[in-house]
Design a protein around this ligand. Structure first.
Ligand SMILES: NC(=O)c1ccc[n+]([C@@H]2O[C@H](COP(=O)([O-])OP(=O)(O)OC[C@H]3O[C@@H](n4cnc5c(N)ncnc54)[C@H](OP(=O)(O)O)[C@@H]3O)[C@@H](O)[C@H]2O)c1
Length: 291
């Protein structure tokens, strides 16, 4: 990769960022297509988010990804947001269109594409349990309802955050889908768990080997699809699903698909998906197809 006076800059705002795969995915894609772009990590703390957002304009950057903890907090600093990002109340991609900052969200579509293409699972008409109420959970729950799921159970460690997400979804989608909020302490006793078709872990639990398994998979009906958004390692949740012969998928596919959409927003070019997957797998030290 050669950096010169015309190189266009994109990057990622968040913290911590040390383990982010996004620079590897995007820079591999720029090299593959011979584009004069570079993707850089920017360690941005919450107190500096307004300055960082203004820098996208003042430094004439093409755009940025936004990650923990800024996906919701960035919204007031943008000029507009796409209907998708408004629906989710979260932004993971910003594009700079002639000095106007547009907020997008590619996480949700990344999840759906991964679920359908790799998981061969169509969520339409299915009963879903979602663990988490952060940025990933917001994106995933919104697209699942839009895809026509039959019902949604939300469980989150902090009840207030779970309530906020349930309230947001009910406001946006009205009566499109029944939504139940179940207290975290009751998650393994709630009868509805015995009727789900899809379980999604949208928390960060599983990123570390010592993390607890938060759900009793013996409650799930046979054939329940288990999706874990965590992508940095093979989680205990996925291992527990495999032990019970449940179909399952880790979050690497979602990461790659959301990156593909961001890349295409910035460059207006078709992203080299396979190259991005190889870059991610190499960085994670996986052989081919590690999730
Ligand atoms: N595969 C992908 O493309 C992709 C995309 C986005 C995110 N992710 C992954 O998704 C995960 C969540 O990201 P995010 O952006 O949603 O983060 P976030 O906004 O900070 O939300 C974190 C969520 O995890 C829950 N949580 C954290 N520690 C927990 C614990 N010990 N026990 C129970 N719940 C716990 C939080 O519950 P509280 O509300 O109680 O704190 C919250 O629901 C991360 O692992 C991230 O890497 C993957």
């Amino acid at each position: 990769m050669k950096i010169g006076g015309k190189t266009k800059i994109v990057g990622i705002f968040g913290y911590p960022l040390a383990h982010s795969l996004s620079p590897h995915l995007h820079n591999a894609a720029f090299v593959e297509l011979g584009l004069d772009f570079v993707y850089l990590p920017f360690w941005v703390e919450s107190k500096n988010l307004d300055l960082a957002a203004r820098a996208i304009k003042s430094l004439n950057m093409v755009g940025v990804n936004v990650t923990i903890p800024h996906k919701k907090e960035i919204i007031p600093y943008l000029d507009e947001a796409t209907p998708e990002a408004r629906m989710m109340g979260a932004v993971n991609t910003v594009s700079n269109r002639k000095g106007r900052l547009i907020g997008h969200n590619t996480d949700g579509q990344g999840f759906i594409d991964s679920l359908k293409e790799e998981g061969k699972f169509d969520p339409r008409g299915k009963r879903v349990m979602l663990l988490g109420a952060g940025g990933a959970a917001r994106a995933i729950s919104s697209v699942l309802i839009r895809e026509g799921i039959a019902s949604l159970i939300i469980v989150n460690r902090t009840q207030r955050r779970g309530e906020e997400l349930a309230h947001h979804l009910k406001r946006i989608f009205k009566n499109m889908c029944p939504i139940d909020l179940v207290e975290f302490s009751k998650r393994n006793f709630y009868g509805g768990v015995r009727e789900i078709n899809l379980f999604v872990n949208a928390t960060s639990v599983g990123m570390h080997a010592e993390d607890d398994l938060l759900i009793n998979l013996d409650l799930f009906p046979p054939g329940t699809f288990v999706y874990d958004v965590v992508y940095n390692r093979r989680t205990e949740l996925l291992e527990a699903a495999e032990e019970r012969d449940l179909p399952c998928l880790g979050g690497l596919g979602m990461l790659i698909h959301q990156a593909v959409f961001s890349f295409e927003i910035w460059t207006h070019r078709k992203a080299p998906l396979q190259k991005m997957r190889e870059a991610a797998e190499k960085e994670l030290g996986m052989g081919k197809r590690g999730t």
